[in-house]
Design a protein around this ligand. Structure first.
Ligand SMILES: [Cu+2]
Length: 103
């Protein structure tokens, strides 16, 4: 499910086939809560709540920590390996997102 492909990002990155997906953090949940992307795609996490969220994953497929940031801000991660990535928020333990990265 490809949410959004930003032409400007593709031009800037020089990666003709990589897509960008956008996940919103709203109402203390990731929206959508499940996402399928292609290997090499990026996911941008936008904080649409009036308080800070965190984004991290301890998955073998992709381990990362984007830190905590407030309303209106976003950070991006590139998913360069196929597999399953479980994304969480350190501030709100109930927030979970599963990303399936396909070859
Ligand atoms: Cu949160």
């Amino acid at each position: 499910m490809r949410i959004l492909v930003t032409t400007a990002l593709l031009l800037a990155a020089g990666a003709a086939f990589a897509g960008e997906h956008v996940v919103s953090q709203k109402g203390k949940s990731f929206q959508p809560g499940k996402l399928a992307v292609k290997q090499g795609d990026s996911v941008r996490f936008v904080n649409d709540d009036p308080f800070a969220h965190n984004v991290f994953s301890l998955s073998d497929t992709k381990s990362f920590d984007l830190g905590s940031y407030g309303r209106g801000l976003s950070k991006t991660v590139v998913l360069d390996k196929p597999g399953t990535v479980e994304v969480e928020c350190a501030v709100h333990p109930d927030m979970k997102l599963t990303i399936e990265v396909r070859k």
